[in-house]
Design a protein around this ligand. Structure first.
Ligand code: ASP
Length: 357
């Protein structure tokens, strides 16, 4: 099953022009990857020089982690997972450590991963214990008969396959907690007790993060799409979801076709934004459908979905995307999106605000 798809992709690659100069080489392809750390109302003044630097450093570290895998001839899937590990461990981003909280003061994280060559996919929703939700998603894909596992069962499965587990306090950050308290007060909702085992108020110096609240329009979800030297693509997304969400709420990030999609026949996509809109539109699959059925260039496809379809619904957010023939694209309808891209042999191109290329 894997082979015919891969062979078809190879034929498509040989016959199609690339948007990146020299993105194809004899006997293989130049690798490439795109990373995002969320989209939203990200203003320079709000972030400050310290925050700006910290977010850029995180993106840089993540893209180089993915690049190192691809440069050694590793798979797009491995590169996606490696880059997401960095972002999950960086408390600035809303994934893994630094995830936002439910209104009950718990971290419930969602993640998914998809491999373009065989359409294999895995996802977890509402996990509270696994150190790396993206690795849990990959384990669901590779070691279970399912595509998505939610809640307690997902954490138990992750533990059963030997993934690193944490106490819930590992994911806690003071900045996100303060953001939760602020949001709950605004909504007139009760403030839950601080989670067990976390530092006392005032003991942990908050990192400079953006306030993730419903009306601030900030989304710090993380995502990666990658193309390897074999011409295969993959996508992954990992998130804490939306600050002060209802317990049990599941966003688009773990939903294949909404927050994540990858097919070597079209493209790989990871999204960020208010997940409810992304689910309703099936954003990631929609982008790939425009590429596959309408033959659209990747940039035109992402722009159409974000600036036409998402805006028509009054949704907010953005996507990153990649094709097997080396087209890279991002699009967002918010004032900013944490983003970076790199093509083999090139320089990292990074941006946060919408006045950057
Ligand atoms: N899309 C994510 C969700 O709705 C949030 C984000 O992008 O930060 O859960």
């Amino acid at each position: 099953m894997q082979k015919p798809l891969a062979a078809l992709a190879a034929v498509m690659l040989i016959s199609s022009a690339s948007s990146i100069a020299g993105a194809q080489q004899q006997g293989g392809h130049h690798w490439a990857l795109v990373v995002h750390g969320g989209a939203g109302v990200i203003e320079k003044s709000q972030l400050g020089p310290e925050g700006d630097k910290a977010y850029r450093a995180g993106l840089d570290k993540a893209i180089h982690a993915g690049a190192a895998v691809l440069d050694k001839g590793g798979s797009a899937l491995d590169a996606v997972e490696a880059a997401l590990h960095v972002l999950e461990e960086d408390p600035h981003f809303n994934a893994g450590k630094g995830a936002v909280f439910t209104r009950e003061g718990k971290n419930e994280m969602d993640a998914s991963i998809m491999n373009g060559s065989d359409l294999k996919a895995g996802a977890v929703a509402g996990v509270q214990r696994v150190h790396s939700p993206i690795s849990a998603a990959r384990a669901v894909m590779e070691k279970s008969p399912h595509v998505m596992i939610a809640g307690r069962g997902a954490d138990e499965f992750a533990a059963s396959v030997g993934l690193k587990m944490e106490e819930p306090s590992y994911f806690f950050t003071e900045s996100r907690w303060q953001g939760l308290v602020k949001e709950l007060k605004k909504k007139g909702l009760p403030i839950p007790p601080r989670p067990a085992g976390v530092p006392k108020e005032g003991e942990q110096i908050p990192v400079a993060v953006l306030d993730e609240a419903e009306d601030s329009g900030v989304h710090g979800t993380t995502g990666v799409v990658a193309l390897d030297r074999n011409g295969n693509i993959a996508a992954g997304t990992s998130t804490g979801g939306m600050q002060a969400k209802m317990p049990g709420r599941v966003g688009d990030s773990p939903i294949i076709g909404a927050g994540t999609y990858a097919s070597d026949q079209s493209c790989a996509v990871s999204g960020t934004g208010t997940g409810e809109y992304f689910i309703r539109l099936g954003v990631a699959r929609e982008v790939c459908n425009l590429v596959y059925f309408k033959g659209m260039k990747l940039q035109d496809a992402v722009d159409h979905v974000i600036h036409k379809e998402l805006e028509d619904l009054h949704g907010d957010g953005g996507v990153i995307a990649i094709t097997p023939d080396g087209q890279l694209a991002w699009s967002f309808n918010t004032p900013g999106m944490f983003r970076a891209k790199l093509v083999e042999g090139g320089q990292v191109q990074m941006g946060i605000y919408n006045d950057e290329p």
